[in-house]
Design a binder for this molecule. Structure first.
Ligand SMILES: NC(=O)C1=CN([C@@H]2O[C@H](COP(=O)(O)OP(=O)(O)OC[C@H]3O[C@@H](n4cnc5c(N)ncnc54)[C@H](O)[C@@H]3O)[C@@H](O)[C@H]2O)[C@@H](O)CC1
Ligand SMILES: Nc1ncnc2c1ncn2[C@@H]1O[C@H](COP(=O)(O)OP(=O)(O)O)[C@@H](O)[C@H]1O
Ligand SMILES: [Mg+2]
Length: 275
């Protein structure tokens, strides 16, 4: 197992080409946010935009449209029950993130199944929060073709892998990850990233980050990073930078609010950008 270090940031976050445009920085489609958890998809969308994703579309329950637009006019919004528009947004996306605040209702399950069916080869699909729980509860199989990134916390990983939290050692995790045919970001105090060819541990992070919405924020950051940078490095850099900011803010704050962390992403990306 290797430890992620600060060099990953300069190696991954590149200075932008002068002639580039938003189309060069990925189209991210985020799906989630029911009537109870609108904040989760708002945070994920903000994190994707602040990480530099070129175009962001958020498919969420209609009740969340006003709040999302008020906080993040950069995002386009789709009513997740409008199936034609949703289909187009998913088909046009280079990166799809499903799960933050999706909820576990029948409609959410239907939406998840429809999304999975629409995915094609070359797309990157991040699976977080409720989407992980639904896949575990209903034993959904994921179509071959897309690249899958799961971002479970330990309890979600227990549901998905069948491994009790106390049995989640690296060897057992590796075997379960291999069966999933995806990348797993196992979130905890010292988050572990299971790539196809190795396991990486994040050395950063603090209990000041233990507050609702912090994982939704990480999911949005990973989505923004994989939309722009090479896959494995993008995941490692997003995980590292999320905790780097969290630790810095945690020195002066008892609790770090995800919405505050998000406001620091872009300035730190600028500080660490490589050529
Ligand atoms: N503002 C919002 O709208 C929020 C919405 N959220 C959404 O709520 C849905 C349910 O997610 P939750 O994670 O809250 O609920 P879950 O029921 O999936 O998991 C939370 C439980 O797991 C346990 N647990 C064990 N190890 C853990 C670890 N390392 N990290 C975190 N929890 C651990 C906790 O004690 C807790 O009881 C998701 O869709 C999520 O995106 C949450 O992110 C909270 C904030
Ligand atoms: N004690 C801690 N030390 C380091 N990181 C933490 C700690 N508690 C939470 N985090 C981080 O905060 C995030 C929490 O994710 P998650 O539980 O999915 O939150 P939510 O679903 O509420 O958004 C993860 O990235 C996790 O690593
Ligand atoms: Mg979560």
């Amino acid at each position: 197992m290797e430890i992620i270090s600060e060099e990953i940031l300069g190696q991954t976050i590149r200075a932008r080409e002068p002639m580039s445009h938003k189309g060069n920085y990925g189209r991210v489609c985020l799906i989630g946010g029911d009537q109870h958890y609108g904040g989760a998809i708002i945070l994920a969308s903000q994190a994707a935009v602040h990480s530099g994703a070129g175009l962001v579309t958020t498919a969420t329950m209609k009740v969340n449209h006003g709040p999302l637009h008020a906080r993040l006019p950069e995002a386009m919004v789709v009513d997740w029950s409008e199936s034609d528009r949703l289909t187009t947004s998913i088909q046009q996306a280079t990166v799809i993130l499903i799960g933050p605040g999706l909820g576990l209702a029948t409609d959410s399950l239907t939406l998840l199944k429809r999304t999975l069916m629409l995915l094609t080869k070359g797309q990157i699909c991040l699976i977080d929060g409720s989407a992980i729980t639904l896949i575990a509860d209903y034993r959904l199989t994921l179509p071959d073709g897309p690249t899958y990134i799961f971002t479970p916390h330990e309890k979600e990983w227990e549901r998905l892998s069948g491994l009790l939290i106390e049995n989640q050692d690296r060897e057992s995790n590796r075997l379960s990850v291999n069966q999933l045919k995806g990348i797993v970001v196992l979130k905890k105090h010292r988050t572990e990233v299971y790539l196809a060819d190795g396991i990486w541990q994040n050395p950063l992070g603090t209990a000041a980050m233990a507050t609702g919405g912090m994982g939704d924020t990480l999911a949005g950051m990973i989505a923004g990073f994989v939309a722009q940078f090479p896959l494995n490095n993008a995941i490692l850099a997003a995980v590292y930078l999320h905790s780097y900011i969290g630790e810095r803010l945690g020195k002066a704050h008892y609790v770090v609010l995800p919405s505050e962390l998000i406001t620091h992403i872009s300035s730190l990306m600028k500080r660490f950008e490589g050529n």
